[in-house]
Design a protein around this ligand. Structure first.
Ligand code: SF4
Length: 198
């Protein structure tokens, strides 16, 4: 993957608060995804969350509503957060690698992801979570630049910008492969344990 890992990128000109950043992102035309989107999906949640989930990009329902993870995969993610981690969804922060929907839910191109990554970097900087959960291979690869398959790297506790990164399966993948829910459950138990550690 020809990419600049998020850790090495800088976004000096972006504002240091979520509201102003959201205003900028909502009118962004830095990549071609702006042409086909209905709504920009900035991200949502507790601005001081200790736990942040990063997905790949908005799907159809997210594009319609302007909210992240509200379709079927989002419902599963909410269940994972509330039933297993036992915290309300409103207490975590949820964002994506790209803020606009790739047509037909294709994987974002390197140009699209590179254009959008500084926004995510700024969100991470502002929210300052203790733990970041990379949901799926695309999220993990763009955050770290590492091509290790998600099936091998999932469930690992990795250092990331002074925080902890835990990769796991994307909820959409779990909907297509329910037998993998067991491993995702183990990852959630690790995340729960890390959250309680000081
Ligand atoms: S995907 Fe990101 S970079 Fe591309 S237009 Fe949307 S907000 Fe801008």
């Amino acid at each position: 993957m020809d990419q600049l890992p998020l850790e090495t990128q800088e976004s000096p000109s972006l504002p240091d608060n979520l509201e102003s950043l959201k205003e900028i992102v909502s009118t962004c035309h830095l990549c071609d995804l702006a042409k086909s989107r209905k709504n920009v999906v900035f991200g949502e949640g507790d601005p001081q969350a200790r736990l942040m989930f990063v997905g790949e990009g908005p799907g159809a329902t997210e594009d319609e509503t302007g909210r992240p993870f509200v379709g079927r995969a989002g419902q599963l993610l909410t269940k994972m957060i509330e039933s297993v981690l036992q915290i309300p969804r409103s207490k975590v922060y949820i964002a994506n690698i790209v803020k606009c929907r790739p047509p037909n839910n294709r994987v974002p191109t390197p140009q699209e992801a590179e254009s959008c990554l500084p926004y995510l970097l700024k969100q991470i900087e502002i929210v300052d979570p203790k733990i970041i959960v990379a949901l799926g291979a695309t999220s993990y690869r763009w955050l770290t630049g590492d091509k290790t398959p998600i099936s091998r790297i999932r469930g690992h506790k990795l250092p990331f910008k002074g925080r902890i990164l835990v990769p796991t399966f994307h909820p959409s993948y779990l909907l297509r492969n329910p037998s993998k829910k067991r491993e995702a459950y183990q990852d959630l138990l690790l995340i729960k344990e890390l959250l309680w550690e000081e």
